[in-house]
Ligand binder design. Structure first.
Ligand code: FSX
Ligand code: SF4
Ligand code: F3S
Length: 394
């Protein structure tokens, strides 16, 4: 069935204006929004709500703090190969404070943070990048004379939502590697309450963008798992969607880097691949908008489990992964799938047609559409979509 809502939007002036702002054609803009809706696992029709929200809603103010980290999160967000992604990220949010991107310095920047927090009290999104050192009262990371602990608490107090971006902010990540000399911890632990986490070192910018677009469209953050990770991105093991999976199932393994098996694309399990115990969508949405093959395993390196607390930066890179559960490959048809569940064929076709930004991901994602979410989650998303139509500004 054709998606009439989305087609109708093609002639909408607000959509034209948004597309122009982003140096896209209207069709490209709508296709990109459809791809985002598909990434979020939303049902047919939600893509129009996403497009309208991106085009018209007031951009949420974002305060972005940096603590113990390498700035790779920011780098991966804003230096995407394809210009669309960084433009969209900067278009859907109002980045009112960001220590590494601000041209200004010192008191001017501190004043900008206070102003943004006062003017958007209770409405801004606090994004934290980097771990928080807690040993010796947090003296190992200070900005403007305040420790990371103090800044986190101060900025979180009046935030509408807190997002911990990257593995460092999610649970401590690389800085928390044994013996963790600074007592590096994640945001949730320091605040003593759950926050949304988008782990990955670096995290995939699509997962951040999709999370913010969900907030923009529905006025709330997406559903998360017990570690605060959005379910749309972290509900499947890498191993379930891996392009080398057929080799694993057939017992064909690379035994050394550069051996015949490695050169022929065999499974990297015996080189320490942590795909069987790591939840993330790297193999499905890829990185950098640069087409097929742009994720660690495709490049020939075992997954190190960078999104998985207790695996990444904890387990030795070349130790064998725990086979967490015996899930069949997502490429195989399932015998228990309910009929009529999953993203529409229309959305799938649109996604596959999206040039550039989602070209590499299109084939993989289309193949797996409808497998990643349960029926009740889609029903819930449908209701959210209907409510969003009636709701006002975020
Ligand atoms: Fe770096 Fe971010 Fe890794 Fe950490 O990403 S890419 S060390 S997750 O906080 O800057
Ligand atoms: Fe892919 Fe790693 Fe699983 Fe092998 S062990 S199929 S390389 S995720
Ligand atoms: Fe990280 Fe593994 Fe993905 S190392 S980027 S979770 S493939």
């Amino acid at each position: 069935m054709a998606n009439t809502n989305l087609i109708a939007l093609e002639r909408d002036e607000k959509i034209s204006a948004a597309a122009e702002r982003l140096s896209m054609t209207r069709r490209e803009f709508l296709q990109f929004c459809a791809a985002l809706a598909t990434t979020l696992g939303l049902p047919q029709g939600a893509d129009a709500a996403v497009a309208e929200a991106v085009a018209t809603k007031k951009r949420p103010s974002v305060i972005w703090l940096h603590f113990q980290e390498c700035t790779g999160c920011t780098e991966s967000m804003l230096r995407a190969e394809h210009p669309t992604l960084e433009k969209l990220i900067l278009d859907v949010i109002s980045l009112d404070y960001h220590e590494t991107l601000f041209a200004a310095a010192g008191h001017q920047v501190e004043a900008a943070r206070h102003t943004a927090m006062e003017q958007n009290k209770g409405q801004y999104i606090l994004v934290i990048e980097g771990a928080i050192p807690t040993r010796d009262n947090g003296i190992y990371c200070k900005v403007g004379g305040k420790t990371a602990i103090e800044l986190t608490r101060e900025c979180a107090a009046d935030a509408a939502a807190v997002i911990a971006i990257g593995s460092c902010a999610s649970w401590g990540g690389m800085p928390s590697t044994d013996p963790n000399p600074t007592g590096a911890k994640g945001v949730a632990e320091v605040l003593g309450k759950p926050v949304v986490t988008i782990p990955g070192c670096p995290p995939n910018p699509y997962n951040f963008l999709s999370t913010v677009v969900h907030f923009l469209t529905f006025g709330k953050l997406p559903e998360v798992d017990h570690l605060g990770r959005p379910k749309f991105a972290y509900s499947r093991l890498i191993h379930e969607n891996c392009e080398r999976r057929a080799h694993f199932d057939a017992g064909r393994f690379a035994m050394e880097f550069g051996d015949a098996g490695h050169r022929q694309g065999y499974c990297l399990y015996k080189l320490g691949c942590k795909g069987p115990e790591t939840y993330a969508n790297c193999s499905v949405i890829l990185f950098g908008d640069a087409g097929a093959g742009t994720w660690p395993v495709a490049c020939g390196h075992p997954c190190i489990g960078c999104t998985e607390q207790g695996v990444g930066f904890q387990k030795p890179i070349h130790s064998l992964a725990k086979l967490k559960n015996i899930e069949p490959s997502a490429f195989l048809p399932r015998i228990v799938e309910e009929q009529g569940v999953g993203a529409s064929l229309g959305a799938a076709a649109l996604l596959a047609a999206v040039a550039g930004a989602a070209a590499g991901a299109g084939a993989m994602l289309t193949r797996n559409l409808g497998l990643s979410h349960q029926a009740e989650e889609l029903e819930k998303a449908k209701k959210d979509g209907a409510q969003a139509k009636q709701s006002t500004e975020v």
